[in-house]
Structure formats: C-alpha cells, structure tokens
Design a protein around this ligand. Structure first.
Ligand SMILES: [Zn+2]
Length: 80
C-alpha cells in the first residue's frame, strides 16, 4: 500500500471514469466498513462510492476475504 502520489491527481493520467468519482475514502474507512463499524451516514457514503469505484471494491473484496480468513483462523482451537 503506497501513499497516493501526485501523479494520481494529474488529470492527464487519470481515466475519465476516475475523474467522475469523488475522492477515495480512506483505506481505514473501507476496513471499518468491511467490519460493519461505521455509522449509517458514513456507511452510506462509502457504499455510494463503492458503486462507482472498482478500485475500492477490489480493496474491500480483499479486505473482507482477509477478515474472513482471520476469523476462520481464530475459530480454530489451539491450532494443533
Ligand atoms: Zn474509490
């Protein structure tokens, strides 16, 4: 995960669809969304963004898979 670079905000390198999308929510917010820990207004904002943003959908997809894997792991007793 690299910090956003200046190039990301250069209109010449941004595809048109990306320009139409509002700013990406913080990855931390996406994580909280995946965990269901956001309040309803924040959650609605993220959901709206996800409908138009493949990048964040992908991030969320990876996050939910990660969380599911993590939870599955914690459920295993002892690990033996
Ligand atoms: Zn996004």
């Amino acid at each position: 995960m690299s910090p956003p670079s200046a190039a990301m905000y250069n209109p010449q390198v941004m595809p048109a669809a990306f320009l139409a999308a509002p700013a990406h929510p913080d990855e931390h917010l996406l994580d909280l969304y995946a965990l269901g820990r956001l309040d309803s207004s924040e959650e609605a904002r993220i959901r709206e963004h996800l409908m138009i943003c493949d990048d964040c959908c992908l991030h969320l997809c990876n996050t939910t898979e990660f969380i599911a894997a993590l939870r599955a792991r914690f459920k295993q007793p002892g690990g033996a």
